[in-house]
Design a protein around this ligand. Structure first.
Ligand SMILES: [Zn+2]
Length: 262
């Protein structure tokens, strides 16, 4: 059975073998020669092989010639979806272990659970699971048009769907309707769930929706959202890549409209 290792540094930068196609799964013997403090070594449980993640406190790029460090975000497009998901899982688990070393209730050092993927407080028995934050993301449709917005964090000229965190006590549909109202000022109805995507920046789970426009005029705050417009399905601006759930939702809308057009 193949044994592979994902290697990250203390700042969650990923060790990548240089070449045409980036490689993030390395032979498990790779880091034996690196003189470094081991921060975490965790089994990820990948099917068809034994995959671990190793986090080292070392200057990895100079210790390992032929390799370089890359941010997780820069690997979203070049890596295949499953490889990116394992990498995201590895980084999320290392971050979780680092950030839950002590119980938030009583301050005692936590310990790995013997039965669950959890850190447990031996003093008050509180459990801490990897932190996953549910978010909603979706497209507002109005016939042949969809509403796309340019956020302050988006690269220049890229227009995308509306997204935001689910708040305590909300269901996902309520969260999406609220985010739409807050970000672009319109009202939606017929909110329909599509599919989801883990989004490890640092630990979101994106729940994808479509919804129909029900009224209101576009109004943006000019800070989080810079501009938003209605676009016909065959006259779209630059949209996110297919590797993102927003890109997939928009392209699915386009395909539906193309199929429906005689
Ligand atoms: Zn405790």
């Amino acid at each position: 059975m193949a044994v592979h290792t994902i290697v990250i540094d203390a700042n969650y930068q990923v060790l990548v073998k240089s070449g045409n196609k980036p490689t993030v799964f390395h032979d498990s013997s790779l880091t034996q020669a690196v003189d470094a403090q081991l921060l975490h070594r965790l089994h990820l449980g990948a099917p068809g092989g034994d995959l671990t993640v190793v986090q080292l406190d070392a200057d990895l790029s100079s210790a390992l010639p032929g390799f370089e460090l890359a941010s997780l975000r820069s690997l979203l497009v070049p890596l295949e979806e499953s490889a990116f998901q394992w990498l995201g899982r590895g980084i999320q688990l290392c971050r979780w272990q680092t950030e839950h070393r002590f119980c938030g209730k009583c301050g005692s050092p936590t310990e790995p659970s013997a039965t669950d993927e959890a850190l447990v407080c031996p003093s008050c028995e509180l459990s801490f699971y990897p932190k996953i934050s549910p978010c909603v993301i979706g497209l507002i449709e109005n016939g042949d048009h969809c509403l796309l917005a340019r956020g302050a964090r988006h690269p220049e000229a890229m227009f995308s769907t509306i997204a935001g965190f689910i708040e305590a006590g909300e269901n996902a549909e309520q969260a999406f309707a609220r985010e739409v109202q807050e970000e672009v000022g319109v009202v939606v109805e017929d909110i329909t769930y599509l599919y989801s995507q883990p989004w490890p920046f640092p630990g979101q789970l994106m729940l994808g929706f479509t919804a129909n426009f029900a009224g209101g005029d576009i109004s943006v705050d000019g800070e989080e959202i810079l501009e938003a417009h209605w676009y016909r399905y065959d006259q779209l601006p630059l949209i996110p890549p297919d590797s993102t759930i927003s890109g997939r939702i928009i392209r699915d809308f386009v395909r539906r409209k193309q199929f429906a057009t005689p």
